[in-house]
Design a protein around this ligand. Structure first.
Ligand SMILES: [Fe+2]
Ligand SMILES: [Fe+2]
Length: 128
């Protein structure tokens, strides 16, 4: 039930974004994605992390630290894709895996141990 509602809400969000003119060419969408991921790991999460530390909120600190590390990974992935698309290329088709604990995103092979949250790499899920 929750997954079906999440799917429906995603459809609504995309429809609203389209109406707002927020969906552009692949190159434009990648520029937006790079900008957003960059903002998240350079400004947003550092501020969240600092506040969580100031308030002694360890669970929030853990959560923000994980997300901040992974947003930088996304920034790199989208930056590479953007360069490829702007150069008239596509990114190679490589399997992509996500850590179920921290969301770390890796291409190719899973690590033995997640470099962000340190769970076993065998727990990673391939995203198709
Ligand atoms: Fe991200
Ligand atoms: Fe992880």
């Amino acid at each position: 039930m929750f997954r079906s509602a999440a799917e429906a809400e995603t459809i609504h969000a995309i429809a609203h974004l389209r109406v707002m003119g927020g969906i552009g060419s692949t190159s434009e969408n990648l520029e937006t994605a790079v900008e957003g991921e960059g903002y998240e790991f350079k400004e947003m999460y550092p501020a969240f992390l600092s506040q969580a530390r100031d308030e002694g909120l360890k669970p929030a600190e853990f959560s923000f630290k994980n997300a901040m590390a992974v947003e930088e990974v996304h920034y790199d992935l989208f930056s590479r894709a953007m360069k490829a698309v702007k150069g008239g290329q596509d990114i190679p088709e490589i399997p992509i895996y996500v850590c179920p604990v921290c969301g770390n995103t890796v291409e190719g092979d899973v690590p033995d141990i997640c470099p962000v949250c340190h769970i076993k790499g065998e727990k990673y899920r391939e995203i198709k």
